[in-house]
Ligand binder design. Structure first.
Ligand code: CDP
Length: 226
């Protein structure tokens, strides 16, 4: 039997930089990476594509149950419209239940035989992998997160409406924190990393120092990404 895989859980609000940090840590450690937000985005996008309302709970649950994880590279998954739909379907308990198994299997058997996984999301350290070997709660002030998101959108050539990104972020924060099932909360044993005044390099160094303190911060081999 191979040893159980090591799990790094990264949770935090929208646009806190989880994706960038998780990818970088996974590459450094030689772990597989799962961006769990992509699963919710795929459910939201699937509904939009067949003309269904993301708030239609039965349709959302059905879409989650039949999700094909091989479609997670679609660039449309990253759009703001999809992100909005994702945050609506993420409040449906049946959707969360259907996606839980996939995430736990990924954590237990990382693709490519990697010795561990980095999973980022909202409830990884609290619900999906409560016994994770390292837990990071990544945060940053809402104004700072909005500024980062605007910069990212501009780089992608998207049009920005003054104030709209901040409003959307506040709306998503409220939905993530207030939903009945698996709301965004910090796990009691998570390392809190507030990146309001940090750049991506500093955040990476701080996270790595914490992971080192958990006993496995050294670099590893190549790994899979999702
Ligand atoms: O961070 P960002 O809002 O850009 O998006 P994301 O991490 O791709 O997640 C999209 C949406 O899925 C979020 O608004 C959350 O509501 C939801 N989500 C979740 O509920 N649980 C997760 N583990 C990951 C994402």
């Amino acid at each position: 039997m191979p040893p159980p895989s090591l799990v790094v859980a990264i949770d935090g609000p929208t646009a806190s930089g989880k994706g960038t940090l998780a990818r970088r840590l996974a590459r450094h450690l030689g772990f597989a990476h799962l961006d769990s937000g992509l699963l919710y985005r795929a459910v939201g996008l699937g509904l939009l594509r067949v003309g269904k309302d993301p708030a239609d709970r039965a349709a959302a649950a059905e879409m989650a149950r039949s999700l094909d994880p091989s479609g997670l590279a679609d660039p449309e998954l990253r759009s703001e419209r999809t992100g909005h739909a994702a945050s609506v379907v993420a409040a449906v308990p049946e959707v969360r239940g259907a996606l839980l198994d996939f995430q736990r299997r990924f954590a237990a058997s990382p693709p490519g035989g990697a010795r561990g996984v980095v999973i980022d999301g909202r409830d990884i350290g609290t619900v999906v992998c409560p016994t994770a070997d390292a837990k990071i709660f990544l945060d940053a002030g809402v104004e700072q997160r909005a500024a980062r998101r605007e910069k990212e959108l501009r780089q992608r050539g998207a049009a920005i409406i003054e104030g709209a990104v901040l409003r959307d972020l506040q709306e998503r924060d409220a939905r993530d924190r207030n939903r009945a099932v698996a709301p965004l909360v910090r796990a009691g044993d998570a390392f809190v990393l507030d990146t309001t005044d940090m750049d991506a390099d500093q955040a990476f160094r701080e996270a790595l120092a914490y992971i080192g303190s958990r006993g496995f911060g050294g670099p590893g081999g190549p790994a899979a990404e999702m």
